[in-house]
Every structure is written in structure tokens, then in C-alpha cells.
Ligand binder design. Sequence first.
Ligand code: NAD
Length: 452
Amino acid sequence: MTHNQPPKEFLTSYNPSTNEVLGNLPISSNEQITQAVALAHQAAKAWKAAPIGDRVRRIKAAYAQIKPYAQELSELLSKEMGKDIRRARGEIEGGIFTGAYHADSAQKALANKSLGHGTELHYKALGVVAVISPWNYPVMMANNLIVPALVAGNSVILKPSEETPLIAQAFFQHLKTHLPDGVFDIVYGDGQAGETLVDSDVQLIAFTGSQAVGKRIMAKAAGNLKRLVMELGGNDAMIVMADADIEQAAGFAVASSFENAGQMCTSTERIYVDQSIAQDFEQRVVEIARQYQVGPWDQANVNIGPIINAKQHQKILSHIQDAKNKGARILLGHCEYEAPYIQPTVVADLTPDMAMSKEETFGPVVAIGRYENIDQAITQANDSNYGLGACVFGHKGVEEVALQLEAGMIGINQGPGGSGDAPWVGAKQSGFGFHGSAEGHRQFAQTVVLGK
Ligand code: NAD
């Protein structure tokens, strides 16, 4: 920033389909962030001293208050993030449901545990937890980290993405209103506000976002060994074996590549298909992909919304162009879309040197490569420093293939991720520390061994 530019005081939120201004929120100053953290420490004293059952009751009561607002919150989420109303409704209702669900399961996970021989495990609050969240699932991602942190007796400060501050404010204000003063607060701003929060007197940083920002946060946290939960990006691979059900695999490939306009951490980014069925698979993918409708959230039958911003739009186009330059066939679409939309795009002959193979494209693009033998497919799938999700479609020997993939969540003839009690976990540079499951909930607490 040059010295004749005044400091930015407001975050402006836009509808990514129309560029219409949806609202402005004051950016939290460094002083305000430090003050919120100090208040959170004070509030944490009584909060952590209360019985865990009382905390859970208050958290669940706060989520129950959100229910009557589900429709207006879904519309705001759609307008601000761009996803269609059906998906937005799913995220809001899912957020309300999992708020209560995680509160109950965290209560069970954090109960004292006897190991026999006079040894007990206790799970104690860490202090103040900073939750820093992305824009693609602005309610769900923050929610999953806030609830176990609060149940464990911590106070929480949320810093939502600068792209989606309004829905974060509207949804999470209910927690702020219904919990004791200072136990939960929200601060607003971009990466700079995030850095101030990371540098402040917080004991755990629970971050969901890109690998690059995760690395910066980790470096900053090293100074005084702040605890970290890092839920980072992915570059999920899918293998389609020779005996796969082509119809099922093609349907999944398109749905997963296009989900949330491709802006999903576990969307399928790279597909490796056995060459003996590749032509049939590619043809079916194109037929299914053609049926997707692109447009604004409130237009009927739309299932691919706008790309969140011009920078991300440009990145997707550059990946398609790069693939084309390196010899890929563009089976559907092209690389000259005007912002904010990208029409359904299918790219074939993916090779390891293409940007699409190495980085998250994060757009509605199905990218397909071919393999000659299964070892080659496994090598290509694992040729990434990411390791969030992966999946394999096929029958004979499919589980052996799945177990050789380097990812935290692996699906066989389905997408990655398990039941509601499974952890949401990445491998390699997709992060460490995770939420969900008893093991996940305990990462928001200090484990104490008590011998007596
Ligand atoms: P991002 O990393 O750009 O930003 C995430 C958050 O970090 C935002 O709130 C941002 O303001 C903040 N931030 C930016 N710079 C910061 C800094 N230096 N210090 C502290 N905070 C800072 O990510 P994004 O574009 O908002 O989200 C998309 C990314 O998130 C993708 O990589 C996606 O795969 C990933 N993601 C991962 C998961 C998961 O479960 N693993 C879920 C959703 C999204």
C-alpha cells in the first residue's frame, strides 16, 4: 500500500454472479483483535470451569435458535458464495444439524477415561482457539472446528474469509448472542487480520484453507509452539479400472469434478482410466457433463454457479490453456470463458507435466489421463504433495489398489469420506490435525495423564 492510500476500513461483499454489493463490514483493527482475544481469555475462566454438560446444553440451544432462519441464511449464502439454493440449504441445515451432533459426540470423546492401574486421561481446555476459515463452505468448515473447541472449554475467535463475511456473521452471530460474553467472537478482514490473530495470544490455530497460507501460519506458530489443526487443499485422484462400471464411474467423475463449481477441497481433480475402456469412459463423461447448467444461484435448474472471483477464474482458464498447449484434447468447452462463469469442461490426455496434474484447479473441469497398467495408475495418483481424498472405481483387486493410495480419505466405488463419525483427515501436505470422530474432537483439548 502506498502512503497516500488510506487504510481500508471496510470489507465489501459482492454477489459473484452480478458484482452487486451485498454489504460492508468494518475490518477489525489490530487493537480490536487483540482486545477480543484478551476478553476471550477472561471469559474462558468461567467457561472451562462449568460442567461440560452445561456447555453442551448452551451450544445446542444456540444452534436451535438458528433453525427458523434457515431459508434466509441459505439465500444469503447463495448470493454471497454463488452456490445454488439447494446446495446452500444443504450447507445451512447441515451446519445446524452438525452443530448439535458434534456437541454431543465431543462431550462423549472428552469425558475422563480410566486406563486402569490408577491412571486416568483428562481432556482440558487449551485457552483461546483461533478458527480461520475459507469461502467455499463458509458455514460448514468453520462450524466443524468451532464446536469441538467450545465443548472442550476453550473460547473461540473466528476469522471468516474476506469473500464471505456476511454469511459468517449472520450464521455465527447466534453463537455470539447465546453464549456468555467473550466466549465466542468474530473478527473480520483478509489475510492481514488472519496474521494478527495468529500472532496474538491464542493457544491453537484451527485453519482451513490453502496449502500456501497453511505454511505461512505454521511458520508463525513455530515461535511459541502454538498448537495447529491444518485442513488444507487437495488434488484428489480417481482411478477407473478396466472392470469398473463405466456408467457409475462417469457419473461420479462429472458430479465430483463439478460440485460447488469445482470449488471443493475433495473434488476430483485428476482421473486415471485404464486405456482399454478410456474411449467409452470419455464419451460418457462428455454426454453427462453437457447436461450441467451454468448460471446464477436463483436461476432454475442451475447446478454450476459462478467462480468466486476474477483471480480464481483466470487460474482455471490458465490451467485449461496450459493443458491444451501441452497436447491435451479439449473434449468439451474451451479456455475463453468470460468471468464469472466456466462452462462444463472436459480435458483428455492429461500428463504429469500439466498444471492440472500438479495444482488444485478448483473449477468445473473433468481432467482425464490414461494408463497402461495399474502400477502406473497408482504412481500417477500418488505423484502429488497433496493427499486429501482419492477414490478407485473397479472390482477385482480394487481394495488392494485403494490401500496403496496416499490420501487421508479413500473411497471404493464412491467418493472419499466415511459416515458422520469418521474423521475428516488429510495426508501429506493436505495438512495434519483433523476434526470429526473422538480422535478429532480431542485435538481441541490438552490431554493430561493423571496417575494416582
Ligand atoms: P486461503 O488459504 O486463501 O484463505 C483461507 C483463510 O485464511 C481466509 O480466511 C483468509 O483470509 C485467511 N488468510 C489468508 N492469508 C492469511 C495469513 N497470512 N495468515 C492468516 N490467515 C490468512 O484459502 P481460500 O481461497 O479461502 O479457500 C480455498 C482453499 O481451502 C483451497 O485450497 C481448498 O482446498 C481449501 N479447503 C480445504 C478444506 C479441507 O477440509 N481440507 C475445506 C475447504 C477448503
